[in-house]
Design a binder for this molecule. Structure first.
Ligand code: 5RP
Length: 220
């Protein structure tokens, strides 16, 4: 069956955690979009929540669907965050394919409950793929040199719709580092200690992974 069915089923699995009065963190990407859409349907049926967003993309979508959006400094807590992932093992994720990793980590790690919603293709025995690192533009060459120690193929992500580098919602550059991550927690902290690095796409703290299946979902 289509991968999009699995994405919708994973998003449906996360809907069960919603309660009136919650502040909900909205992730970014095609799977998170399915959740945002289903959430807007629940709101039409009477659910009362406020949302913080992790990217301009999810903000635009949530706004167009009439979801009440608040800024992070207007809330005292985030009750529930729901976001996708590029790859997942049972204990760690790789995120940042859409370049929203920094806000995603702020919102996900800051939430009381952080649900990760994925289709079956994302679930892997090993965390091996593209590690995404957000860096301040001033430091990019210096950071790239150090990231080449992890992979000689590390490179600054270029934009496909404009000339030059991809610029994140925070005004920074992205460096993609294809590699296998054997000790996710160690590498997550190690990469963040490189001067100029804002955040990286290894996520080691989350509450649950909800895997969308062709008929329903399972929780890990
Ligand atoms: C964006 C992300 C996304 O969560 C990740 O790329 C998954 O996206 P999709 O659901 O479209 O596969 O980390 O920065």
């Amino acid at each position: 069956m289509a991968m999009s069915t699995q994405k919708i089923n994973a998003a449906k699995g996360a809907l069960r955690y919603l309660k009136d009065g919650m502040v909900v963190g909205l992730g970014s990407g095609t799977t998170a979009r399915e959740f945002i859409f289903l959430l807007s349907e629940r709101i039409k049926q009477g659910l009362d929540i406020e949302a913080v967003t992790t990217s301009l993309d999810s903000r635009f979508i949530a706004k167009s669907l009439g979801i009440k959006i608040v800024e992070l400094d207007q809330v005292e807590r985030i009750d529930l965050a729901v976001d996708g992932a590029d790859l997942a093992t049972k204990t760690a994720l790789l995120k940042g394919g859409g370049g929203a990793l920094t806000r995603e980590k702020i919102v996900g790690y800051g939430a009381k409950t952080f649900l990760v919603i994925i289709d079956e293709s994302k679930l892997r025995p090993k965390l091996s793929g593209r590690l995404v690192v957000e860096v301040v533009p001033f430091a990019y060459a210096f950071a790239l040199k150090q990231l080449k120690d992890y992979s000689k193929d590390a490179s600054v992500r270029m934009s496909s719709e404009k000339l030059g580098p991809t610029i994140t919602d925070n005004g920074n550059f992205l460096i993609d580092v294809p590699m296998e991550i054997k000790d996710p927690e160690k590498i997550e902290h190690e990469i963040n200690s490189i001067p100029g690095v804002v955040e990286n796409g290894i996520f080691t703290k989350f509450s649950k992974i909800i895997v969308g299946l062709d008929n329903g979902f399972k929780e890990l």
